[in-house]
Design a protein around this ligand. Sequence first.
Ligand code: CDP
Length: 215
Amino acid sequence: MIIAIDGPAGAGKSSAAKKLSKKLEIEYIDTGAMYRAFAYKVLKSKCDYNNISEIKKLLSTTKINFNNGHIFLDGEKIDLQIRTNEVSKLSSQIATIKEVRKNLVDIQRNIANSKDAILDGRDIGTHVFPDASFKFFLTASPEARGKRRHLELKSKGVNEKLENVINDIKKRDFNDSTRDVSPLKPAENAIIIDTTNINLNEVVKLMTEIILEGK
Ligand code: CDP
C-alpha cells in the first residue's frame, strides 16, 4: 500500500503523514527532506547549481537515506541543518533541475518498492507513484500556511516576521507549481483536503476513515 500526500508548504503534510504512519504502523518517507538534503550539500560544497555538469558530479557522490525517522547525508545526520531558511529557498530552486529530480525519485521508488509506505511531497501522486492506493492533496490559504510555519519557526527559536514567512511561501508555491518537471498540482484522482479551518487531528481522522473504508 502506498499513500501519497502532496500539497504546498505549510499545508500540514508532514504532521499528518507522521501521525498516520504511527497509526497505521507503516513507514513514512519525507521526500521534501531529500530535496532539502541535496540543497544543503550544494550550499556546503559551494557548487554552482546552474552548471549541470557540477550538479551531476555532486549527485554521483551523494548518498541520502533515512534511518529510524532521521535523514542522513553521506552518513551525517542532518535533521536540523535542512530546516534553515536558506536551505528552504534553495531546495525549491534545485528541485526544478530534472537530473536532481530523477536521482531523488529513483531513491524514493527503491525505498517504497518492497514495503507499505506513506510519502509526502509535491509529485508523489502525479509522478512518483501514479498508481498509489490513496492520493491526498492538502492545501490551505497562504496566510494560514504562513501562520503555521511562523509558529513552527518560533518554537525552534527562529524569529522571522510573519509577512516574510508568507512571502517566502508564496515564492516557493510559484517555483513549485510553474516548473516544467513534475510541477505541484493535485493528481486527477486525488482527494483534496483544505486544512485552512480544520486542525491536524481532524485531518488525520478524515484520512484514516477514507483509508480504512477503501482498503
Ligand atoms: O515542508 P515544506 O512543505 O516547507 O517543504 P518540503 O516538503 O520540505 O519541500 C521543500 C522543497 O522541496 C519544496 O518547496 C519543493 O520545491 C521541493 N520538493 C519537490 O519538488 N518535490 C517533492 N516531492 C518534495 C519537495
